[in-house]
Design a protein around this ligand. Structure first.
Ligand code: ATP
Ligand code: MG
Length: 190
């Protein structure tokens, strides 16, 4: 699974998922847009339904990719432990891999509750991101793999800023997502 705010989903997310799927011989990658993200609750995040639909649009053409509503349909803030417990309950005989940015992993790992249970539920994979050193400092041994993916200097924040300034996001996000942002007038006047 690949968790994220996906506000909006961009080619950095998609390349990371594709690369990890190939390296770890994953059968599929389920993108899981967060509900109200607790790390970002101070910021305004687009409606979950918009983030969900953009993620569906971006992944629709890949038979290995799908999108889950488990986090956006659960009331309250999203905690990784709930996501993994729910995925485990839905897929009792499946090996779960949790894909996220290495920066996100090392930043949030100390604040994660139930670290031991987390590692019993899934193998954690931190992917590299331009501008962030790949380092396993502070990461628990054994439960986490760090993976270098082709560098794409794209972030959702930058995409939102571009739209707000009237700059193009073509080729940073999938074509359908460009159209959806325009149709729903997302990120204007931010
Ligand atoms: P924002 O700029 O709003 O923080 P984001 O681009 O980081 O958004 P998220 O939805 O927060 O997007 O990201 C989900 C995960 O994908 C995070 O763990 C993040 O580190 C990772 N990620 C985001 N962009 C890239 C990228 N270009 N390359 C590799 N990983 C990425
Ligand atoms: Mg981020």
């Amino acid at each position: 699974m690949m968790g994220g705010t996906f506000d909006p989903i961009h080619h950095g997310h998609l390349v990371a998922a594709s690369e990890v799927a190939a390296l770890f011989h994953l059968d599929e990658v389920v993108f899981v847009p967060t509900g109200q993200p607790w790390q970002k609750s101070h910021k305004t995040v687009s409606p979950a339904e918009d983030r969900y639909l953009m993620t569906v649009i971006a992944t629709a053409s890949n038979p290995q990719f799908s999108v889950s509503r488990i986090d956006i349909d659960r009331a309250g803030p999203t905690y990784t432990i709930d996501t993994l417990r729910d995925l485990r309950a839905l897929n009792p005989d499946t090996d779960l891999f949790f894909i996220t940015g290495a920066d996100a992993l090392s930043q949030i790992m100390p604040g994660w509750r139930n670290a031991e249970e987390l590692f019993s539920l899934a193998h954690f994979i931190g992917v590299t991101r331009p501008g962030h050193d790949l380092s396993d400092d502070g990461l628990p041994k054994g439960g986490v793999s760090l993976v270098e993916v082709p560098a794409l200097a794209i972030s959702s924040s930058d995409c939102r800023e571009r739209v707000a300034h009237g700059d193009p996001v073509w080729y940073l996000v999938p074509d359908g997502v460009v159209r959806y942002i325009d149709k729903r007038q997302l990120y204007r006047g931010q």
